[in-house]
Write a protein that binds this ligand. Structure first.
Ligand SMILES: *Cc1c(COP(=O)(O)O)cnc(C)c1O
Ligand code: SF4
Length: 347
């Protein structure tokens, strides 16, 4: 058994075991456990011991999850955009290839809360063949995002098989991997896995760090190994109440990501998913935070701030407004320092 498999097999999935490690209200949490998957692996648990708050909130069940009356199970209507098992096809030129419903830990804020879980529903080889045929038939699909759950919880051989099959399709220009493992189970990034990726470039990788507390010696090593293998590294962060909803935390997170060659890609407003209301942050607050970042750190450290619109409306950028007035060709801007500037536009 590899090191990552051992850590994964030691994942805490029941409250009895969890209560031996940290103090929790078992009775309350039992209600949550009945409804949503619980999973905290020993590596991520060690971060709680060190930092508590923002790490705790991301992975320890909360009674608020079962009393959320507002959220919906599938606000993005992914199920509607699923033409065939394993494919989510929302945008014409790119598809999600969902290969696993398992994760290296179950995030309390997950958008796919309805689907992820411990009961293994990993895509079977036969189902995968059908998904591949779907991509083959749709010649305008040029970007395939291998997603889950977490796609890196499957074995190396299977990952290689997927990449090989995808690379046989001429119109697939880029392959993306969406995995949280560099953050929650960095031991998963092994030299063997990196050598597989190397063979199927261009591979883009989006990982998922939400707080600079998650950047450790191990996670840094994982990201650097991937970058060394020529994988283009990006990061998606979910803006969450009580976890990272202040400019100082995000600035430090984004700057530190760059030091390990990971480029902040998206910052998401939390989706209106049932069981996650307590994480939600207002657009107003999110924009205020963006204003505190833009111009105050490297442009490289600034992700697009995104709301994923309900009913499958799609990812939509949210931008602070810098134009305070405009008449005809005359614009008045307020710059990042709050100073006014005139601008005369062209025809
Ligand atoms: C996020 C997402 C994508 C990728 O969107 P980009 O903006 O290209 O990163 C593709 N398909 C679905 C269904 C998605 O949710
Ligand atoms: S790793 Fe991703 S898919 Fe899995 S629970 Fe966390 S947010 Fe959801």
């Amino acid at each position: 058994m590899k090191k990552w498999q051992k850590i994964l097999s030691d994942t805490i999935t029941d409250l009895e075991t969890l209560s031996k490690h940290i103090k929790i209200d078992k009775k309350m949490m039992k209600k949550v456990g009945k409804k949503y998957a619980i999973g905290i692996n020993p590596y991520y648990l060690s971060l709680i011991r060190k930092h508590r708050g923002p790490i705790w909130k991301q992975c320890i069940p909360d009674i608020l999850e079962v009393i959320d009356e507002i959220g919906r199970k599938d606000p993005l209507m992914e199920d509607k955009y699923t033409p065939i098992k394993g494919i989510v096809h929302r945008y014409r030129d790119r598809v999600l290839l969902v290969v696993s419903n398992m994760c290296a830990g179950y995030c309390r804020f997950c958008t796919r809360k309805r689907k992820i879980g411990l009961k293994d529903k990993t895509v079977k080889k036969q189902e995968f063949r059908k998904a591949i045929n779907y991509i083959k038939r749709h010649k305008y699909v040029r970007d395939v995002i291998i997603s889950g759950g977490d796609p890196l919880l499957i074995y190396d051989d299977m990952i290689e098989y997927y990449l090989k099959e995808l690379r046989k399709i001429k119109h697939v220009q880029i392959i993306r991997i969406d995995s949280r493992t560099p953050c929650v189970l960095p031991q998963r990034i092994t030299p063997r896995l990196c050598s597989i990726f190397k063979k199927y470039h261009p591979i883009y990788f989006n990982t998922h760090f939400n707080h600079y507390y998650e950047i450790t010696r191990e996670s840094r090593k994982a990201c650097e190994m991937l970058a060394d293998a020529g994988v283009m590294m990006g990061n998606q962060t979910v803006l969450m109440r009580g976890v990272n909803d202040d400019a100082k935390t995000l600035k430090r997170l984004f700057e530190e990501l760059l030091t390990m060659r990971v480029r902040p890609y998206y910052l998401y407003l939390p989706d209106a998913v049932k069981g996650t209301y307590h994480f939600r942050v207002s657009i107003r607050k999110g924009l205020k935070i963006m204003k505190q970042l833009i111009g105050h750190t490297s442009g490289l450290a600034i992700p697009h701030f995104i709301v994923d619109l309900k009913h499958g409306g799609g990812k939509t950028p949210l931008l602070p407004n810098y134009i305070i007035k405009h008449t005809g060709k005359r614009y008045i801007f307020k710059n990042f320092e709050g100073k006014k500037y005139f601008y005369a536009d062209v025809e």
